[in-house]
Structures are given as C-alpha cells and as structure tokens.
Design a binder for this molecule. Structure first.
Ligand SMILES: [Zn+2]
Length: 102
C-alpha cells in the first residue's frame, strides 16, 4: 500500500506481538505494517487506520503522541464505518495472507 512517499508491505500475524496490547505495528525502516488478523474484522480495520496514521506522522514529522494517534484512529474509522464505507480494498493484502474469503 502506498502511503504518501512510501510503499508499505502488509504482514498478517495470528498472535499478538510481545505486548498483548500490540495488535499492529508500523516499521518505518522495513516499510512494513504488521497486523494481528485473529481479532474481529472491525478491530483489524481500525488498527490498519492506526498504522496508516503512524506512517503519516512519521513521514511528515508531525510529532503526534500515541494518545492523539488513537483519537484520530477512532474518530476517522468510526465515521467511515458508521457511514457504511467499504474498506475491503484496504484489507486486500491482509485478507490474502490470512486466507479470508471474499
Ligand atoms: Zn501507535
């Protein structure tokens, strides 16, 4: 997925990383976004948003705190979700890796 200037790879994992709360990570050196796909679909989508915001924050040097990134994630994701916006194209790569059927 292209996010501003960089092409990121998505990586699906089935168990959360070290910290149980860590359901997704953004690696700016390896240009990889890792998402735990064993959680509910909505949580996966919201976590993808979180990591996109992390990427923009890093690339543009916005200096947003984790708390502000979380607020943006929830605000933007919930708005799109409640409006019924189809986010499947955003999840395509993760779905392929986790074997989710269309
Ligand atoms: Zn974060």
């Amino acid at each position: 997925m292209r996010i501003l200037a960089y092409d990121y790879k998505f990586e699906a994992i089935t168990t959360p990383m070290t910290n149980l709360k860590n359901m997704g990570t953004h690696d700016s050196l390896g240009l990889t976004i890792t998402i735990c796909t064993s959680m509910l679909r909505q949580h996966q989508e919201s976590t993808v948003f979180h990591e996109i915001i992390e990427s923009v924050n890093w690339q543009l040097g916005l200096g947003l705190s984790e708390q502000k990134i979380l607020a943006l994630e929830v605000g933007i994701y919930n708005t799109l979700h409640n409006a019924g916006v189809d986010l499947d194209p955003l999840m395509k790569e993760l779905d392929r890796q986790s074997g989710r059927k269309e």
